[in-house]
Design a protein around this ligand. Structure first.
Ligand SMILES: Cc1cc2nc3c(=O)[nH]c(=O)nc-3n(C[C@H](O)[C@H](O)[C@H](O)COP(=O)(O)OP(=O)(O)OC[C@H]3O[C@@H](n4cnc5c(N)ncnc54)[C@H](O)[C@@H]3O)c2cc1C
Length: 486
């Protein structure tokens, strides 16, 4: 599975001008004699399909409706006040159900990644989140108005009564307010104005909102207050969702980080504003990962430990080190350009299905733009090579944006692969039209319809290439891509 070891190796750069090469950890890690790449296990393949998940969710949606009917939901529909209240109850049940689905989506479970892929998960997270907030808000409005109609009191007076005389309703009102704040900050126009960290920090309030809303359901909701079976079912749903979250979001990363004790072993400049960070640790030959996958890295420095960012491995797994190549694109990636050797790193992952496991054809075309080369560089090393089946097209605006040129040429000659560098600013004299336009791409790689195509690069380039591939009627199953920003 693993390809040849690249000549660029942390030992080589231990004598380079990397800012950290004299550090004790680096010299300990690299004083050993050169060793060959070791085979590493591949991540587990989960025996779950998307229709299993839909069937499970659909089944539970029916159980929830049946539970509402069993508790006299239909009988409420005889009066206008009852219809309004019943709407509020239904909104509460399905709003909470969506919140629990959202918790599972937030768990970053590898099985979700495999079943749905990153794009569908991101879209689901967005729509399930907005759906939940709208339903919970509707629950508040309809229940207050419905109760008020039944009692003959106005919405304001009824709100005061609900908040002051029903158990835990005040808590849930605070929870709803937090949900609404999270929802507002997720609207695209607002989201784009805030930094990722601010948006993320506000998102953490979702957990508090869920906790605050929980108890009033059990003590006030007609579906649970008097029915032990319904109560047990509802608690079981919470336990399943929260358990999934804890297991995959916290348990697994803690176990992986503890077992492998990853540390920065070297930092090697690759070009202007780009460094490769090498991580070593214990038993790396037992860490299941494939070329094309990515980790969320948390560098445990006094000022940086609280944030984690996603990065793809830029060399095929070799059982000795993980390499990440990071471009300075903002405040965090700028800090990483000078990260110290020996810094412990907490990892979440590996994630992603941008790997050889999803390949359908023997021949492969890889299209990289800028720093999007990182997962493709690893794939070029790992994908099975035979009779020139691997072709890489690497697009960059300037020569100094081309990372790994030496390594790519070396890998190409070792593996019989073809690399095309398309360097120049689009619209300039030397590159008047888009070299990745579908016709140009077909001229460059005439058999592209017979290949799997892996694409990774800046958002604009990806959109153009993906729509070009659709225009060329390339089957969806042959197209694989990784987005670096959402
Ligand atoms: C799956 C994946 C793999 C990636 N692999 C690489 C790689 O191999 N090399 C590389 O240089 N870059 C990679 N990136 C991009 C890298 O994560 C961002 O450039 C980095 O997080 C920017 O952080 P910043 O604070 O420096 O910049 P900012 O100015 O904060 O952000 C720049 C952009 O990155 C996005 N971003 C910021 N923080 C995060 C985060 N924690 N999670 C998700 N998106 C974020 C923002 O939405 C914004 O579009 C990858 C991104 C993803 C999603």
């Amino acid at each position: 599975m693993n390809g040849p070891t690249p000549s660029v190796d942390p030992r080589v750069s231990a004598t380079s001008a990397a800012p950290v090469a004299t550090n004790a950890v680096a010299s300990v890690a690299y004083s050993a004699a050169p060793r060959k790449a070791r085979r590493v296990p591949v991540p587990r393949v989960w025996p779950i399909k998307d229709y299993d998940v839909y069937a499970f969710l659909g089944g539970n949606a029916i159980v929830i409706l049946a539970m509402w009917i069993r508790h006299g939901g239909l009988l409420e529909l005889g009066t206008p006040a009852g219809i309004v209240t019943a709407t509020g109850e239904i909104a509460a049940l399905y709003g909470t159900f969506l919140v629990l689905i959202q918790l599972v989506l937030m768990s970053r479970s590898p099985w979700l990644d495999q079943v749905f892929g990153q794009d569908r998960l991101v879209a689901a997270h967005r729509w399930v989140g907005f759906g939940a907030i709208w339903l919970l808000f509707a629950h508040f409005i309809f229940t207050t108005v419905g109760f008020g109609m039944a009692d003959g009191s106005g919405p304001v007076a009824e709100t005061v009564t609900l908040l002051t005389s029903y158990p835990y309703v005040l808590w849930s009102a605070v929870g709803l307010a937090l949900f609404v704040v999270v929802g507002i900050t997720s609207v695209r126009a607002v989201r784009q104005r805030a930094s990722y960290e601010t948006w993320y920090a506000i998102h953490l309030y979702t957990y508090l909102a869920i906790a605050l809303s929980f108890l009033h359901q059990l003590f006030v909701g007609v579906d649970f207050a008097t029915d032990r079976v319904a109560q047990a079912y509802w608690i079981a749903l919470y336990v399943a969702a929260v358990g999934t979250l804890f297991l995959f979001r916290f348990g697994q990363p803690i176990a992986v980080s503890w077992r492998h004790r990853l540390r920065v072993a070297n930092v090697v400049p690759e070009g202007p504003g780009v460094v490769s960070v090498y991580l070593t640790g214990r038993e790396l030959d037992r860490l299941p990962v494939r070329a094309g996958q990515w980790f969320r890295l948390r560098f445990m420095t006094p000022t940086g430990w609280w944030r984690a960012h996603p990065f793809s491995i830029s060399a095929a797994p070799n059982g000795r080190y993980l390499r990440f190549t990071i471009k300075d694109l903002g405040d965090y990636t700028r800090l990483l350009q000078g990260i110290h050797v020996g810094t412990p790193v907490y990892v979440e992952g590996p994630y992603g299905v941008f790997t050889g496991a999803t390949r359908t054809k023997a021949r492969v075309l890889m299209i990289a733009g800028g720093i999007g080369i990182t997962p493709l560089r690893a794939l070029l090393e790992e994908l099975p090579a035979s009779r020139g089946n691997l072709t890489l097209v690497y697009r960059a605006s300037h020569e100094d944006e081309v990372v790994f040129r030496h390594e790519l040429d070396e890998l190409a000659s070792l593996r019989g692969a073809t690399v095309h560098y398309l360097v120049g600013r689009r619209g300039s004299r030397e590159m008047p039209s888009d070299p990745l336009d579908p016709r140009a791409l077909r001229r460059l790689v005439p058999d592209l319809g017979e290949r799997d195509i892996y694409v990774c690069g800046p958002a604009g380039m990806m959109e153009r290439v993906l729509s070009g591939l659709h225009w060329l009627r390339i089957s969806e199953t042959q197209i694989h891509y990784e987005r670096f920003a959402f």
